[in-house]
Design a protein around this ligand. Structure first.
Ligand SMILES: Cc1ncc(COP(=O)(O)O)c(C=O)c1O
Length: 420
């Protein structure tokens, strides 16, 4: 925990601590809201203190039990980063969090920190297009072999593919629910699979992209995951005005990632960290409202004759293979919906072009409702044929529900379906 954190968070709900935790007004002229520490570097009180700060920051010495080394330089540590990280960690019940300049920075730095040449990385499919590219195209250039599995795969099936690919599993990477299909992957199954490949020399971590449901409606660390990653650009930021990412977990898991961040230099800026703190104060209000409205929109879509299928977690029925998993692993259905219009790409495009209140834009989790065409936009890299196999067809539209009035959103959809 940061040196500003001497409040005890136990016994409080995270939402009660988002306005205060980790900051004391007397540290900044009585300011009720933490100021932005817009500084590159920090002044040491003495050369010996400066040297000690470096020793601890570079891992040359362990900090003493009550030691809080001074700050050094904003690539390594900064008050806004540390406050935002401490507050974010509360939501997922993590020991620690590290903030990054983007979700992709958090994901790639996590993979760089925990994988080595010769490793296999087992990754769920589909995943966000940028992550897909990194796993399929970049990691193999560094001797890391991807093994992909979907929501129907069994632990034995995945284990067999890992053995076929060389057998040295370095990490399991999961995106659940998957973007854009809302497919669920069983985290407890992944944790057991990771344990099968863990040796006395090396723990195989399970990393989970929790962007779609987290941190409110899914807590992967409670289901056997070791690392949670976020595109904080989405619900955590929530206002469509910043790009950021995060990795959370135990010190054992996150310290190597934070260490890598010091040298890749892809930390979040003080201003963006400050914006994230502001956003986290309303995180629960926004996400609950978005989820409530998403249910109304999803029900409307399900009953519309010009809509073929709706991928919405709240529609899973007992008997559906994912229903029990949803009940066990998720705390709510969230605000993301994808659906197939009756037709193909032309109809999907006409629908998107006819929306007025929804913005035709990628990204998600913002206060404004957004709609896009995954097959030719966020997930275009995989190609139409490959995408169709994963349910990302030319007729599929993805919607991120914002905080507008549900009736207005439904009216906008009704008009656009009519114009299709
Ligand atoms: C599920 C998911 N993970 C990661 C990312 C990447 O995040 P960023 O755009 O903040 O780099 C995205 C972006 O859309 C996403 O949807």
């Amino acid at each position: 925990m940061a040196k500003w954190t001497d409040d005890d968070p136990s016994g409080f709900h995270p939402e009660s601590l988002m306005m205060t935790y980790g900051f004391r007004p007397e540290w900044s002229e009585g300011a009720a809201s933490p100021p932005i520490f817009q500084t590159s570097t920090f002044v040491f009180p003495s050369a010996a203190v400066g040297a000690r700060c470096f020793e601890v920051a570079y891992g040359l010495a362990e900090p003493l039990p009550d030691e809080h080394p001074d700050l050094i330089y904003s690539r390594i540590n900064n008050p806004n980063l540390e406050m935002a990280e401490d507050r974010l960690a509360l939501w997922d019940g993590a020991d620690t969090a590290a903030l990054f300049s983007s979700g992709m920075a958090a994901i790639t730095t996590t993979l760089w920190a925990h994988l080595r040449p010769g490793d296999v990385v087992a990754a769920s499919s589909p995943v966000y297009g940028g992550t897909h590219h990194f796993i399929e195209t970049v990691l193999p250039q560094f001797g890391i072999t991807p093994v992909r599995f979907d929501h129907q795969a069994t632990a034995d099936g995945i284990a067999g593919s890992i053995e076929d690919a060389g057998g040295r599993l370095g990490l399991i990477y999961v995106e659940t629910p998957a973007n854009p299909t809302n497919d669920l992957i069983d985290l407890e199954m992944c944790a057991k699979l990771a344990a099968r490949f863990t040796t006395t020399e090396r723990t195989v971590p399970v990393a989970v992209d929790n962007t779609f449901l987290g941190p409110l409606f899914q807590k992967p660390l409670e289901h056997g995951a070791d690392i949670v990653v976020y595109s904080a650009t989405k619900y955590l930021g929530g206002h469509g005005d910043l790009i950021a990412g995060a990795a959370l977990g135990s010190h054992e898991m996150i310290d190597p990632i934070r260490g890598m961040r010091t040298f890749t230099g892809n930390m979040v800026s003080p201003f963006t960290a400050w914006l994230l703190m502001r956003s986290m104060a309303t995180l629960q209000l926004r996400m609950e409202r978005q989820a409530e409205t998403a249910r109304k929109v999803a029900d409307y879509l399900r009953d519309h004759p010009r809509v073929k299928t709706v991928n919405y977690l709240g529609h899973l029925q007992p008997g559906d293979p994912h229903h029990d998993l949803y009940k066990r692993q998720c705390l709510g259905a969230g605000g993301m919906i994808s659906f197939e219009v009756d037709g193909g790409k032309d109809e999907a495009y006409r629908f998107l072009d006819s929306l007025h209140l929804f913005k035709l834009a990628v990204s998600l989790g913002s206060v404004d409702s957004l709609a896009e065409h995954p097959c030719t936009m966020t997930h275009c890299e995989a190609g139409a044929e490959e995408n169709a196999k994963k349910g990302i067809t030319a007729a599929l539209v993805r919607m991120s529900i914002g905080v507008e009035h549900p009736d207005d959103l439904i009216a906008d959809i009704a008009r656009a379906l009519e114009a299709m």
